[in-house]
Design a protein around this ligand. Structure first.
Ligand SMILES: Nc1ncnc2c1ncn2[C@@H]1O[C@H](COP(=O)(O)OP(=O)(O)OP(=O)(O)O)[C@@H](O)[C@H]1O
Ligand SMILES: O=P(O)(O)OC[C@@]1(O)O[C@H](CO)[C@@H](O)[C@@H]1O
Length: 304
């Protein structure tokens, strides 16, 4: 079974404001609510591909109720918390501006109840940890949870940033997928040219990742393993809502991996899934992913 962990889920409130003016009353051209948080997005894309997963994390309050009612799925296995889950604001205009809230503070008892779920894991499972930590959790929470996963023999994937990414890299994730800004922050150096991306990706593998993807939004993505390196130029199309594009990449890769596909096919599914979500209002559907899969081209960087 694939488990996704979203420690800090959200309602994503998408607000279309064509000419945002600070310090003035702006009128929205359109608004949408989506259940969000990175792990939830991964599970939603997997479900659209017909691949089951279970969703773990914390949900609370009226916002938590909205998320569980909207998802209405057997896959939900969240730990209830007393404070309300957060609302993240995504303003779409000439540019995309995001305001992500801090979210609820998790108590010691709530964390204990959550950790108890890990006792069901066995060696055939994969746990995907995605997103920021909730308040009140120890700063080494991801390292602790990865240790629990590894005790069961299961594997893990992590999509987070900063010190938590640095520490868990050494624990050998199946996949990490930082974007350019996140990898620049991790290694404290600017990542501008493709050669900078190449060096950073090789370092992610040296530092412990089994596979790494560095995503570059409209500039495409690069894939790394011990002996493979591919660059996928971005596909051209109309970007509708890129929220969750990175999460969709992870879901695309893991879904293909769970079906025994090669690294290059898994990467192509990752790019097709990320792009399909960027070209959709919500998390992408299977039909668009399959259409775009046939358009993804890979350049083998070990041969160039
Ligand atoms: N403007 C775009 N044009 C074409 N493809 C895009 C665009 N934006 C995203 N993509 C596709 O989606 C992938 C992931 O996007 P991105 O690098 O923005 O991830 P991210 O920063 O993790 O996103 P998020 O945090 O919103 O999930 C890209 O590598 C690319 O394949
Ligand atoms: O604050 P975090 O946890 O880093 O990111 C949360 C978030 O921006 O990530 C998803 C898109 O990747 C959204 O659904 C959600 O609002």
């Amino acid at each position: 079974m694939i488990y996704t962990v979203t420690l800090n889920p959200s309602i994503d409130y998408i607000v279309q404001v064509d000419d945002l003016e600070f310090g003035a009353t702006n009128r929205a051209q359109g608004t949408h609510f989506f259940p969000g948080g990175k792990g939830i997005n991964v599970s939603r894309l997997l479900a659209n591909q017909g691949i089951p997963s279970k969703m773990w994390g914390f949900l609370g309050g009226f916002t938590g109720n909205y998320i569980s009612e909207t998802l209405a799925s057997d896959a939900l296995d969240f730990t209830p918390v007393s404070e309300a889950s957060r609302i993240n604001i995504k303003i779409k205009g000439n540019q995309e501006t995001e305001i992500n809230a801090g979210g609820p503070t998790i108590s010691e008892d709530e964390l204990k109840a959550f950790k108890a779920k890990f006792s069901v894991l066995t060696a055939v499972d994969t746990v995907i940890f995605s997103g920021s930590m909730a308040r009140g959790l120890p700063t080494d929470i991801y390292q602790n949870l990865v240790t629990l996963v590894q005790k069961s023999g299961a594997q893990f994937i992590i999509d987070t940033t900063g010190d938590a990414l640095k520490a868990t890299l050494a624990q050998g994730p199946v996949l990490v997928k930082p974007n350019r800004a996140e990898v620049a922050e991790l290694y404290q150096q600017p990542i501008e040219s493709l050669s900078d991306v190449q060096k950073a990706g090789e370092r992610l593998i040296q530092d412990g990742a089994q596979h790494a993807i560095i995503s570059m939004a409209g500039d495409g993505a690069m894939f790394f393993s011990n002996d493979e390196m591919y660059y996928a130029p971005a596909l051209v199309g109309k970007v509708v809502n890129s929220v969750g594009a990175g999460d969709s990449m992870i879901a695309g890769f893991v879904g293909a991996l769970s079906q025994g596909m090669s690294n290059s096919e898994c990467f192509k599914y990752a790019v097709a899934s990320g792009t399909a979500t960027a070209f959709s209002a919500d998390i992408a559907e299977k039909q668009l992913i399959d259409e775009l899969f046939n358009q993804v081209t890979l350049q083998n960087m070990k041969e160039s």
